[in-house]
Write a protein of this length. Structure first.
Length: 251
């Protein structure tokens, strides 16, 4: 990371509805340029910004991180989140700020900037993922599976890298590439989903992630999280993948 780790000098819970409270934190220069927001706050997120220059404002969006209730999708739409960002800006008494977001956060940042252009000095976007149908299908159904076949097929990551297969959906290619059949060694991303539901993995996962069965929900959450941690960065962090094994973090 470009800047050394720092600790926030202010943390709090902001009530944004009858149901939801957001965790937020402020670090860096109290009189500096205000920058934010964030989702699923990690201490490393503070290190993106020069603490001598920026007043760094981060938060956990509804249902994420330290915000409550945890993992709730009730009253949790894009426009609820846009409204929350504006409430946070008012709460921390910032007139205009630099809005920073990555992946889903890039979409949320764009939505906020379009809704409140007079409150945004600048946008910093990374890993842009705008959640178009084509992007979702590429990442979760058919596309990224060809870019990251070792994460798609195999449960044993070390063997996967040694036996790299570029045709994950066609078992006829596997023996030619020195790979064993994928029928017994599916990666966790496919494992929770029966064969007859794999034509629409997002729908199949939604059904399980919103299930009343905690075991089914946890199994799906861990598999989904491990897939994202294995594929969403150029440099795969094994610590992130290990964190996805934790029930509470995955959910």
């Amino acid at each position: 990371m470009p800047y050394p780790p720092i600790q926030p000098y202010e943390t709090g819970q902001l009530k944004v509805s009858d149901l939801h409270e957001l965790y937020y934190e402020v670090s860096g220069n109290k009189e500096g340029k205000p920058g934010g927001p964030g989702g699923g706050v990690d201490g490393k997120d503070r290190c993106y910004f020069d603490p001598d220059v920026f007043k760094i404002i981060l938060f956990d969006q509804r249902g994420a991180g330290k915000s409550t209730p945890s993992a709730s999708i009730e009253e949790n739409t894009t426009w609820d989140l846009v409204s929350d960002i504006e409430k946070l800006r008012e709460h921390v008494k910032v007139d205009k700020w630099v809005v920073f977001g990555g992946s889903w956060g890039s979409t949320l940042s764009l939505a906020y900037a379009q809704s409140h252009p007079d409150r945004v000095k600048a946008l910093i976007l990374r890993g842009i993922f705008t959640l178009r149908k084509s992007e979702l299908e590429f990442f979760y159904q058919n596309g990224a599976s060809h870019v990251f076949p070792e994460a798609w097929i195999f449960a044993n990551k070390k063997k996967a890298f040694l036996k790299f297969c570029s045709m994950p959906n066609d078992p006829t290619y596997l023996p030619m590439l020195g790979c064993k059949s994928n029928k017994k060694k599916r990666d966790e991303y496919l494992a929770p989903i029966p064969e007859d539901e794999r034509h629409d993995l997002m729908t199949a996962y939604h059904k399980r992630l919103t299930s009343d069965n905690i075991q089914l929900r946890t199994e799906a959450a861990k598999a989904w999280s491990k897939w994202e941690m294995s594929t969403s960065k150029l440099r795969i962090n094994q610590e992130d993948i290990a964190r996805a094994e934790a029930d509470e973090w995955a959910l």
